[in-house]
Design a protein around this ligand. Structure first.
Ligand SMILES: Nc1ncnc2c1ncn2[C@@H]1O[C@H](COP(=O)(O)OP(=O)(O)OP(=O)(O)O)[C@@H](O)[C@H]1O
Ligand code: SF4
Ligand SMILES: [Mg+2]
Length: 413
């Protein structure tokens, strides 16, 4: 009996060791040791005090951008290995624009925005490489990746505001709405009186179209509907007078009518604050309606980016095409909604070829090679796919046609 158990144990161990995802105790120990060393080093940098500004002041590549992500690598150093949540992401958020970031769950949308705010889970989450250049209201450009935590607190509050999917997680359930709004003003405008803060908070509730703002001011978060809570979150964000609003799935938890109202509100707000919005969503419909530029992410990388017209009229990457096919359309007559087969690769163990290859219906010989380079299709349109070279002539023709139609439309208008 003992022998049989021993044999079974050995068989199981052998099977585990043969498995690609098996990590032995020794490996976990070694990884944890190495990761602790890296984290310690990075945290030492993050926690430095009285650092001279010159260490993190930089220059924007283009002064018309609010943010420039430049080869951003944002990793989580876990005991199971390094989670490459964001692995070499570059894109710009131009002033007074809405940039939509889209991609399926786990592709690194939220981590990209958290890296910008320097709010990744500490201490495992770190910016491992690359720059995030931020064009501040004071005219200076900051390389956020190098800004120590102490100084980041000053930049973050005055410049950026974040709106999350579920407002209940950001609102404190034990304080009234008014108290939470006033608190923001006390932080941003030291010396403001209680009465002034109250009046400002109520005015902001009016701005975000909340009926009976005086009454809402005295209520607790649980006494409000989901849509009202999201409006309160937007009011809170606006009280900081931000340059940039990061909205991470701001309407996912809301029904379609309220969703449309919140999106309208965000659009108006962008004009009011004369700032930019980074809109994160997995919903391409929302992006089509709202964004000027679109960034499509897949497994921590950008696989395609361009103007909203380029991404919707002329998508090149099979993943972007697949995402668009999976939007429900009444006119298509299809009974079953398209879904992209397969799953995203494990971010700890990414392949050395195109991350989408195993799910791609268009893969061909070249796709067995290294991860494809990002290729420029137009001044604003880029894609990382071997198909681009094959399709270049076809794409150019298509683009010409799109341009011609747009000009025709302009002349008509
Ligand atoms: N604190 C953490 N520790 C380890 N891994 C993390 C942590 N936070 C996020 N990740 C991993 O980083 C990757 C990117 O996560 P992220 O939250 O950015 O995805 P997302 O695109 O926002 O997805 P969703 O649409 O579901 O919100 C995922 O693989 C996720 O598991
Ligand atoms: S590189 Fe090849 S496998 Fe990857 S998305 Fe393009 S066609 Fe598909
Ligand atoms: Mg997310």
């Amino acid at each position: 009996m003992k022998n049989v158990i021993e044999q079974l144990k050995k068989k199981r161990e052998k099977k585990q060791q043969e498995s690609k995802h098996y990590i032995s105790k020794e490996q976990i120990k070694a990884t944890a040791k190495e990761n602790n060393r890296i984290i310690k080093q990075m945290e030492k940098q993050n926690n430095r005090k009285n650092v001279d500004e010159s260490e993190y002041i930089t220059q924007m590549r283009n002064p018309n951008n609010v943010v420039e992500f430049d080869n951003l690598h944002a990793y989580f150093y876990t005991d199971a290995g390094v989670v490459k949540a964001v692995d070499g992401v570059s894109f710009d958020v131009p002033k007074r624009s809405i940039v939509g970031v889209v991609g399926e769950s786990g592709c690194g949308k939220s981590v990209t925005s958290l890296a910008l705010m320097k709010l990744m889970a500490q201490p495992t989450g770190q910016i491992a490489k690359g720059e995030i250049r931020y064009n501040a209201k004071d005219g200076k450009a900051y390389n956020i990746a190098k800004v120590p935590r102490e100084d980041m607190n000053k930049i973050r509050g005055k410049e950026m505001a974040m709106i999350f999917q579920e407002p209940m997680t950001s609102l404190n359930p034990v304080f009234r709405i008014g108290e939470q709004l006033d608190e923001v003003l006390f932080l941003h405008f030291p010396g403001i009186s209680k009465e002034e803060a109250k009046q400002k908070s109520i005015a902001m509730l009016k701005t975000v179209n909340i009926a009976m703002p005086e009454s809402i001011y005295s209520r607790y978060p649980h006494e409000l509907s989901g849509g009202m809570r999201q409006r309160v979150m937007i009011a809170m964000a606006l009280l900081c007078d931000p340059n940039l609003i990061i909205a991470d799935e701001p309407t996912t938890a809301l029904d379609v009518t309220i969703q449309a109202q919140i999106l309208d509100l965000l659009r108006n707000i962008k004009n009011d604050i004369n700032g930019s919005i980074m809109l994160i969503t997995h919903d391409l419909g929302v992006i089509a309606e709202m964004a000027d530029y679109v960034v499509v992410m897949y497994a921590g990388r950008i696989i395609e980016k361009g103007t909203v017209r380029e991404i919707f009229k002329n998508p090149v990457h099979p993943y972007t095409v697949g995402l668009q096919k999976s939007i429900p359309a009444l006119s298509s007559g299809e009974e079953k909604l398209y879904t992209i087969p397969g799953t995203v690769p494990n971010p700890i163990n990414l392949p050395d070829y195109c991350y989408f290859r195993d799910r791609c219906e268009k893969r061909f010989g070249k796709c067995n090679g290294a991860y494809p380079e990002t290729v420029q299709i137009s001044p604003t349109h880029f894609a990382a796919c071997y198909l681009v070279d094959e399709m270049k002539t076809e794409i150019k023709e298509k683009l010409k046609e799109v341009d011609k139609n747009a000009k025709k439309q302009q002349r008509k208008n």
